[in-house]
Design a protein around this ligand. Sequence first.
Ligand SMILES: [Cu+2]
Length: 325
Amino acid sequence: MEASAGPDINDVTMVSFLRLRSLGIGGTAAIASALLCGCHRTVFDPAGYIARQQGRLVVTSTLLMLLIIFPVILLTLFFAWHYRQSNTEADYRPDWDHSLHLELAIWAAPLLIVIALGALTWIGSHTLDPFRPLHRIDANRTVAADTRPLIVDVVALDWKWLFIYPAQGIAVENEAAAPIDVPIRFRITSESVMNAFFVPALAGQVYAMPGMRSELNAVINHPGDFRGFSSSYSGAGFSHMEFRFLGMTSERFAQWIRQNREAPARLDRETYLRLVRPSIADPVRRYGTIDPAIFRSIVDRCVASPRSCPPPSRAAPSMADGAAQ
Ligand SMILES: [Cu+2]
């Protein structure tokens, strides 16, 4: 490389150097904070296959970026040291203003990385699309053709979570469970403001919005007690908007469903209208029976006045429809 940095160094070269150098500092800081924040165990070793792939994507992109960041940091230190004022051995070329080799190295390497990152992102955002039904349970097992996903309807309330299991006919406030290695389809909405449904061990966050139905397809591969919360600020009680997400064996899950069915409370329009009143740090509440139309009425925003509910064909759009418009 004909690298020689006299006082007349080409401006474009200098700017790209500075830009790359600040990228280097930013990247290093991001990695340091990721390692220090204590969440790295969940992020890098999650219990769900979707979150695992997302974690791998983060690691791969970081390593790809380090391919640029490390040489730039090393070269910056080398140039500063080698071309110091007191070094009379170094070339001094005040009239130098262009180097094809240097320009190629400076532009080609980042360009290749950007193309590689772009390809990774494109593939990742299609294979990890939350609306996409699962085809794999983990890296080694595909989903059997006759498998029906477990449907869990999620409602973000102020400031608590309501989980409705339509096929099982139960609902639970601030606690959700799923059997391991079974595809789960969360259908997500919100009652009042925008929230985000997030179980870091399971998959990335998905927004919950009133009048819309969002979706998340995921699978939990290990039994355990995981933390779920809202990752989008939604007011005073937001910091208590947490729930437990339990990964269970299928026998244990059947038992959990039976236990919930024994709860005397029923989730219908009246109980729901009481439930939507803002409250903070609610305990887990269980509903042994449900009004089967309740989730649709919540999405269509007609719980209080059932006569205003639209016919099924005019129901509220799913966010996938919204995204296509
Ligand atoms: Cu955001």
